[in-house]
Design a protein around this ligand. Structure first.
Ligand SMILES: N[C@@H](CCC(=O)N[C@@H](CS)C(=O)NCC(=O)O)C(=O)O
Length: 203
């Protein structure tokens, strides 16, 4: 399989992290999203949305949307990261949908704008509201992780693989302070201590 990716991307890192956990080898093809490299005709043929990550399967089919890709891989490789119990599975799905609506736009997007010189007047106007919502998202994670080791109970699941990438770099850009969230910091250390863990920019 080929993973079309951009190393600083947390969305791409979700897949790299899961592959490391599953012991799966994928070939990495890197794009510089700051130079529009995901808007070429050949890239758009793989993902008309013009965004990494894209997982190209051995038969040539292409999957996009990071959370769809991690669900595919967890199902395909029958990983315990996706529980078989319907309630636990729904709780995992909840965090995956929540991440795309309440976490990623408020934590990942400001990080990118602030660290990649991608600020515009419109984004400057949007920033205070995004940061307020980002604080609310981190608070929800903090409260959950104060009660249990991982996001869905005391075993690691796909929910943690999904939320770790942008949470552990939330401070980049200066909008958030993880010292305000000791249980998130404990959770980050627990994940970083796992024997299959790889850092975000490791290819
Ligand atoms: N919802 C998508 C978001 C993907 C996304 O935003 N990708 C960014 C990098 S993290 C990208 O490729 N941006 C390039 C562009 O929009 O031109 C996912 O979860 O995969």
């Amino acid at each position: 399989m080929i993973l079309h990716d951009f190393l600083p991307s947390g969305n791409g890192y979700k897949i790299r992290l899961l592959c490391a956990c599953l012991g799966l080898k994928v070939t990495l093809k890197q794009y510089d999203i700051t130079k529009g490299e995901t808007h070429t005709e050949s890239f758009l043929a793989m993902n008309p949305n013009g965004k990494i990550p894209v997982l190209q399967l051995d038969d040539g089919q292409c999957l996009s949307e990071s959370n769809a890709i991690i669900l595919y891989l967890a199902e395909q490789y029958k990983s315990a990261l996706l529980p078989t119990d319907a309630i636990l599975r729904a709780k995992v799905y909840k965090w995956l949908f929540w991440e795309q609506y309440s976490h990623e736009p408020n934590i990942a997007s400001p990080r990118f704008w602030l660290t990649h010189n991608a600020m515009t007047d419109l984004k400057k106007q949007m920033l205070p509201d995004r940061i307020q919502q980002g604080h609310a998202a981190l608070k929800q994670m903090e409260e959950t992780l104060a009660k249990q080791t991982f996001l869905v109970g005391d075993s690691i699941t796909l929910a943690d693989i999904c939320l770790f990438p942008y949470t552990h770099v939330a401070e980049e850009g200066g909008a958030y302070q993880l010292t305000e969230h000791p249980n998130i910091q404990r959770w980050i250390k627990d994940i970083e201590a796992l024997d299959w863990f790889i850092p975000i920019t490791q290819d």
